[in-house]
Write a protein that binds this ligand. Structure first.
Ligand SMILES: C[S@@+](CC[C@H](N)C(=O)[O-])C[C@H]1O[C@@H](n2cnc3c(N)ncnc32)[C@H](O)[C@@H]1O
Length: 270
């Protein structure tokens, strides 16, 4: 059992981060009922990295739908907490009142038994061993408020290629791919940016491999639609994927953004 005197759970990894990098997943989080209807809209940014930037962006984006949102950033590397706190000092009081940075790991040592409605853990587990993911998820899920959501995933340096799981007790609910359509050659580009749970399973015979192939095949077949724009092409490709039997959980409004969500059980490893 974890208690407040214990060492943070996890280990220090590279702190790479960047302005606007997480805009795609932030848009997803802003639409989550778990945030919108939360009694206490507390969001944890787990492993925010070498600066406070993406945590501050998270607060600003979510405040548009929940002005009372609070963001609590945890870093396992103490110097990154010092840097983030110094950055926060330069923010207006209205921001300072709603953002905190502390040392912590997957256990998320929140004060007074607070529980987050949402945890964003982005580009954190990527640097762990696959065998460590299950326990990390369990630990984070155990800290959520009832009905809370863990959003765990990965993206490229500039945030144009991203993918993530929406994890709710007892396990992953959906898997989302989010791609910048204006620069998209093939949806297979996401293969390098899959969550740890999937990245080593993108091989023939595994569901994630079949799913990405189905999407790429549909994208190629819809190439003629490219003359009407990448959005129309991606929407048509998504329709093909759905018609082929993949349990997509959304529709054209999100497909137009280059975003495709499927039920997680359809892509999890055998
Ligand atoms: C690559 S950075 C990601 C920064 C930011 N989330 C982003 O996506 O731009 C990963 C950060 O996670 C931190 N980290 C790794 N394991 C952690 C854990 N168990 N608890 C808290 N932070 C952790 C590392 O110290 C590192 O700064």
């Amino acid at each position: 059992m974890w208690d407040a005197r214990s060492m943070p759970i996890g280990h220090v990894t590279r702190g790479t981060t960047g302005t606007n990098r997480l805009r795609r997943v932030d848009r997803w989080i802003a639409a989550l009922p778990a945030l919108r209807t939360a009694d206490d809209p507390l969001v944890v940014d787990l492993g925010y990295g070498a600066s406070a930037t993406t945590a501050l962006e998270l607060r600003a984006r979510l405040a548009r739908v929940r002005p009372d949102v609070r963001v609590h950033g945890f870093e396992i590397e103490p110097e990154r907490v010092r840097v983030a706190r110094a950055q926060l000092e330069r923010e207006p009081a209205a921001v300072r009142e709603r953002v905190r940075f502390d040392v912590g790991g997957f256990e998320m040592p929140l004060p007074r038994g607070e529980r987050p409605a949402v945890v964003r853990a982005f580009n954190v587990l990527r640097q762990y061993d696959e065998s460590e993911v299950h326990d990390a998820w369990e630990t984070m899920l155990g800290r959520l408020a009832p009905g809370g959501v863990l959003v765990e995933g990965t993206c490229n340096e500039v945030g144009r290629v991203a993918s993530w799981f929406d994890v709710e007790a007892p396990g992953p609910r959906t898997f989302t791919i989010s791609l910048h359509l204006g620069s998209l050659d093939s949806p297979l580009v996401v293969a390098e940016r899959l969550p740890k749970t999937l990245i080593h399973h993108n091989v023939p015979g595994e569901p994630i491999h079949d799913y990405l192939r189905a999407l790429d095949d549909a994208w190629r077949r819809e190439a003629p639609r490219g003359t009407f724009g990448a959005r129309q092409r991606f929407v048509a490709a998504a329709e093909r994927v759905r018609d082929a039997g993949w349990p997509l959980v959304d529709g054209p409004r999100r497909w137009r953004l280059g975003e495709l969500t499927v039920r997680a059980e359809a892509v999890l490893p055998h």
